[in-house]
Write a protein that binds this ligand. Sequence first.
Ligand code: MN
Length: 232
Amino acid sequence: MTFLFTPSTVSIPVVGTDERFPVRRVYCVGRNYVDHVREMKEGDERDDPFFFQKPADAVVGDGARIPYPPRTGDFQFEGELVVAIAAEGTDVPVARAQELILGYAAGIDLTRRDRQRDCRERQISWEAGKSFDASAPCGPITKGADLGAAELRLSVNGQVRQRTRIDLMIWNVAEIISQLSADYRLMPGDLVYTGTPAGVGAIGPGDVVRVDIDGLKPLSVTITESGSHETD
Ligand code: MN
């Protein structure tokens, strides 16, 4: 038996080891910080957060050069904490959610905001706004980090644009895993982007977007002119 072509598996380095984390699925939480719900002027801040997915091969690592994506004039950053899952789980109680977690990383949920808004107005799925190539930058994974009330900062060209304590999430990490595992069987290799705080904004070619989360390795990517993105 041979494959018709080389199967592609995106992987992310694990800090302090020579191991890499092979990505199976990418789940994202929408509307998980009240200040971001307010700035988007959508929905109701009393509504529960919800989930959407990006393709696994939308993940790119630290240092990636990301071409400005097609068919948008409003390409935006969303700095987010990413959870790396390393055990199977279905209907996981909140109290046991920690058992599924390998570690954490800094991530960006890149968004074609104009396409997302168009999807919402037409009442169709968000995919065109969220699930495009290279839309899920993810930094190195730090195993077993205890983040507590760590601060997340996203900067563009050195200027801080988003800043939050991660314990201000509407659903905390354990609650996210519990909720997500009620809808899907979580498996090793799953990444979960946990939502973004206020301060999202547009970026363009030449911009360097960096996410720092206390206790984790930073993630930095550069936006380039339109074109096909580099693979390694
Ligand atoms: Mn997001």
